[in-house]
Ligand binder design. Structure first.
Ligand SMILES: CC(C)(COP(=O)(O)OP(=O)(O)OC[C@H]1O[C@@H](n2cnc3c(N)ncnc32)[C@H](O)[C@@H]1OP(=O)(O)O)[C@@H](O)C(=O)NCCC(=O)NCCS
Length: 164
């Protein structure tokens, strides 16, 4: 992890029910279409759902939520507090997710990203995700035209396990 961690206590941990309220607040500042607490509770009640949070000085500043099914996992959502961006937090969360997925013997990760989301697309490119599909006009924007979703996929291998 990068300079953001310097001098502060940073921890990546599994998301627990007690964290969902903080994650709902963070989701609301990350996305136009916020996932509120009741929805997050429903999401995490579905079997196969798991997530990681990144705490800095005991405050959750980043999260990733996933759902495994059929030997693969979908990244449902990923967000980092605006003030904490560009310090490697999303990258660290995604790397930890990859390691966790390999430990769970999952074969691949996949996700959907808005075509106009340059930051996320660059992040996934760095993490070796590749485009495998497109959903036209999938994301409705409050102000402006709908945007296509790109489906990205990242094959997993034993070498992604994080082991030296
Ligand atoms: C996308 C998002 C999760 C990135 O989080 P982050 O912690 O700032 O990302 P990182 O610092 O780990 O960035 C890792 C790499 O991704 C790329 N990247 C991240 N943000 C970028 C930006 N604004 N512009 C261009 N590239 C970017 C860079 O390659 C970066 O490496 P670098 O800083 O060494 O150049 C964050 O901007 C966010 O929460 N956005 C709103 C929610 C969202 O769009 N989520 C993804 C939905 S699919």
């Amino acid at each position: 992890m990068s300079a953001y961690a310097a001098g502060s206590a940073v921890a990546i941990e599994p998301i627990e029910t007690k964290d969902l309220s903080a994650i709902a607040s963070l989701h609301a500042v990350c996305f136009e279409d916020a996932w509120r607490l009741p929805l997050l509770r429903r999401i995490f009640s579905v079997p196969g759902t798991f997530g990681l949070s990144l705490r800095q000085d005991n405050e959750i500043v980043g999260f990733v939520m996933c759902r495994s099914s059929g030997g693969e996992a979908e990244i449902l959502s990923l967000g980092v507090a605006p003030a904490a961006r560009r310090f490697g937090i999303a990258h660290a969360l995604m790397e930890a997710t990859i390691i966790l997925a390999v430990k769970r013997s999952l074969a691949a990760l996949f996700l959907e990203v808005a075509e106009d989301n340059e930051a996320a697309r660059r992040l996934y490119e760095v993490l070796h995700f590749h485009q495998v599909g497109r959903r036209p006009a999938y994301y409705r924007r409050r102000d402006g035209p709908s945007v296509d979703a790109l489906t990205l996929r990242r094959q997993l291998a034993a070498r992604d396990s994080g082991a030296p």
